[in-house]
Design a binder for this molecule. Structure first.
Ligand code: A4P
Ligand code: MG
Length: 168
């Protein structure tokens, strides 16, 4: 069975409850064997819209579902957890994104794997490095840990110098 990496996010209501509830549901449904999950952490919302912070996590699992069936299944779980259509990158109770599907590289109208924004997103890289540091990105061929280190270094170099503060 292919190893899958799923990203989960929530920024409405009780974010922890939505995420933990969905993981219980996924475990009970038996369509994905959950293997490991990261800590849940708060991250500022990406996408420039003013909205609440996201609670994000990632988990590794195994599934017999083919990629599009997996997408359908995750969309169904989102709906069961009150996900309602808003606008792109808008607030949501639950977002389940397929980050990796084994070593597959797919560019279909409804599904891109690896997830098209994986390499640009702090929350995806940091949490993937925690949960599967040695897993390689099937396109760029680097491990999640290497990718996260590079991202964190760039972020550090690009951040403005600390302000000197007021003289005492
Ligand atoms: N789709 C294509 N590839 C995938 C994939 N690998 N996994 C299609 C899941 N879906 C994929 O997604 C829109 C369509 O993308 C799906 O119907 C599917 O056919 P959606 O979840 O319905 O809508 P969306 O989430 O608003 O759009 P999108 O482009 O998936 O956004 P993202 O990438 O999910 O980003 N900030 C923080 N800190 N944390 C977050 O989790 N999330 C977003 C949404 C924005 N800012 C965030 C976070
Ligand atoms: Mg999504």
């Amino acid at each position: 069975m292919p190893e899958i990496l799923i990203g989960v996010g929530s920024n409405i209501g009780d974010r922890t409850e939505w995420i933990k509830g969905s993981l219980h549901r996924i475990r009970d449904d038996g369509k994905i064997q959950l293997w490991r999950n990261s800590h849940l952490r708060l991250y500022p919302p990406l996408g420039g819209m003013k909205q609440r912070e996201f609670l994000n996590g990632v988990f590794v699992g195994y599934t017999p579902l083919m990629p599009l069936s997996l997408l359908e299944y995750l969309k169904k779980v989102e709906r069961q957890f009150c996900r309602r259509p808003t606008y792109k990158w808008g607030p949501r109770t639950l977002d389940l994104d397929i980050l990796f599907y084994g070593k597959s590289v797919l560019t279909l109208p409804r599904l891109c794997v690896p997830h098209r924004s994986f390499l640009k997103r702090e929350f995806a890289l940091e949490l993937a490095a925690e949960v599967c540091p040695r897993l390689k990105h099937p396109v760029v061929g680097r491990t999640c840990q290497e990718l996260w280190r590079e991202f964190a270094e760039k972020k550090h170099h690009n951040s403005p110098p600390a302000s000197p503060g007021w003289p005492r």
